[in-house]
Design a protein around this ligand. Structure first.
Ligand code: AMP
Ligand code: MG
Length: 341
């Protein structure tokens, strides 16, 4: 299959036409990738099981991992679910459009392969002009997981999507780099107290300011517990070579680099700009000055180190405050070892 690629810039004359072409493909039951404020997604008509199957095939995604349905407005969101608790209404009003997915009882509008046969559906209103214009133009709920081959880091620029899915999907809207750089927060809103199933763009602290207590799925901290979001049990975000996540001083990280280099290994380093500036290794990739910049550059960093260029990646561990919780959740999954000083 040839994948059509549109360069979309909201100021351009051809913008509207490109969005309409992509929307037509979606309405016809094809899979199309598009940017959101979190990462790039690959979408298909959430009410059409044959269309949704194309996403699973293109990504090689396990069938038991449900997809998030994307809509443009709160009214469209309400058309997919049975009932919404008061606190979820409040959160939707405050944080949507935005990087948060609400897990609510499904009313059966979304196909069974979107929900993986569960009684709930994950719904999100993305906050990105291209995603919103596309959703408005096709006027159907769009099931869209991250637009990467399953297991690899999520795509934060269109070239990542091209690398993974060209030839496997009908189209790709290239809208430049995404903003947040990490996936949405997945929040279970079926209980009296909301539960974070996956940390993401909206932080626990932000949610607690609105609804008081927010729980976190115990499986996020304990590997022996079964996660409530089926996708959280899979190996994810893996770079091509082994990665050690290191919690410790700059001296400790340099010591590990030196030991590996003495063994003849080429070492790639992912760290904050401040830490990167004082380390010496084969390749060093500074991720940014603060945790927001680090989140935005993380997946590109994980993809940049290729087999052959380096033998091992050492990544600095970061503080778990705010979006740091989501950054560390992804890094723990990506890492083959966790080293504490
Ligand atoms: P992705 O779109 O690839 O970033 O993954 C979506 C995440 O949301 C996965 O971890 C899914 O397991 C989770 N998810 C989607 N729908 C539901 C649902 N109905 N209940 C629980 N988790 C869900
Ligand atoms: Mg994903």
């Amino acid at each position: 299959m040839e994948t059509k690629r549109w360069n979309v810039n909201t100021n351009e004359r051809k913008y509207k036409q490109s969005i309409e072409e992509a929307a037509e493909l979606l309405k016809k039951g094809e899979a199309v990738a598009f940017p959101t404020e979190t990462v790039y997604g690959v979408g298909a008509d959430a009410t059409n099981p044959a269309a949704v199957t194309k996403i699973f095939e293109a990504k090689g995604r396990p069938q038991d991992n449900p997809l998030i349905a994307h809509v443009a407005t709160k009214e469209q969101l309400k058309r997919l679910v049975d009932d919404i608790p008061e606190y979820a209404e409040q959160l939707i009003d405050l944080f949507s459009p935005g990087p948060i997915t609400y897990v609510l009882p499904t009313n059966g509008t979304c196909a069974d392969n979107v929900t993986a046969g569960l009684s709930t559906v994950g719904v999100r209103i993305p906050d990105h002009p291209v995603a919103r214009d596309l959703l408005k133009s096709c006027d159907i709920p769009i099931a869209a997981p991250s637009a990467n081959v399953s297991g690899k880091p999520s795509p934060t620029v269109a070239d990542h999507v091209w690398e993974d899915l060209s030839g496997k999907i009908a189209g790709l809207l290239d809208g430049g780099a995404t903003g947040v750089g990490l996936e949405s927060t997945v929040l279970d809103c079926t209980q009296v107290i909301p539960i974070i199933l996956r940390p993401g763009g909206v932080t626990k602290e932000q949610l607690e300011e609105v609804v008081g207590t927010v729980m976190v799925d115990p499986a996020l901290a304990n590997k022996d517990e079964k996660p409530k979001a089926p996708g959280m049990k899979y190996q994810h975000y893996s770079p091509e070579v082994p990665m050690w996540l290191v919690e410790g001083s700059k001296g400790k990280i340099q010591q590990l680099i030196d030991e590996e280099q003495q063994k003849g290994n080429k070492v790639g380093v992912l760290a904050s700009t401040k830490t990167a500036n004082v380390l010496h290794a084969t390749e060093i990739l500074p991720l940014g000055e603060n945790i927001h910049e680090i989140a935005a550059h993380l997946y590109d960093g994980l993809r940049k180190f290729k087999e052959g260029d380096v033998d091992i990646i050492l990544c600095e561990a970061f503080s778990e405050d705010g979006i740091g919780q989501a950054v560390m959740n992804r890094l723990r999954k990506a890492a083959t070892e966790y080293i504490k000083e």
